[in-house]
Design a protein around this ligand. Structure first.
Ligand code: ADP
Ligand code: MG
Length: 136
């Protein structure tokens, strides 16, 4: 299995609720390393660009509002099979469908306010990491 990097975002709902440390413990317990971390607040334009793949979805405007509603913590994760592994640790998009012991089962309050983001493919991981960090 190859070593990969992936982008993690702790979303405004989870930062505000003080869940960042507990979420990072779950990330590290899964064997992923947090290589880089920064806390910032997205502008509307940044949120729209980051989620541009969803621009035709009915939830796009609300999603961009939510993602700019407070600070977020963006992180570069690394480990074996990191992209899929982190998606497993996150759990399903809708917390009602998320497995036990996943971040979203524990900390998400709705399908929108679902605590975390994780890249879903190698191509998107590179794009998303470069949005916030510089990777080679
Ligand atoms: P994921 O974050 O699991 O990759 P998606 O890429 O499908 O999920 O959606 C991006 C984000 O948009 C979700 O994490 C969630 O915050 C929001 N979202 C997705 N589906 C809905 C929905 N039906 N209603 C409201 N918000 C949604
Ligand atoms: Mg997605």
């Amino acid at each position: 299995m190859s070593v990969q990097k992936t982008l993690s975002i702790i979303k405004p709902d989870a930062v505000k609720a003080g869940h960042a440390d507990a979420i990072n413990s779950m990330i590290e317990s899964s064997g992923l390393k947090i290589l880089e971390k920064k806390e910032l607040t997205l502008t509307k334009e940044q949120a729209q660009e980051f989620y541009s793949v969803h621009s035709d979805k009915p939830f796009y405007n609300e999603l961009c509002e939510f993602m700019t509603s407070g600070s977020i913590i963006v992180q570069m994760l690394e480990g074996d099979n990191a992209i899929e592994r982190y998606r497993e640790v996150m759990g399903a998009t809708n917390p009602d469908d998320a497995n036990e012991n996943t971040i979203r089962k524990k900390f998400a309050s709705s399908i929108q306010e679902n605590a975390v983001h994780g890249s879903d493919s190698e191509e998107n991981a590179i794009k998303e990491l470069n949005f916030f960090f510089s990777i080679n």
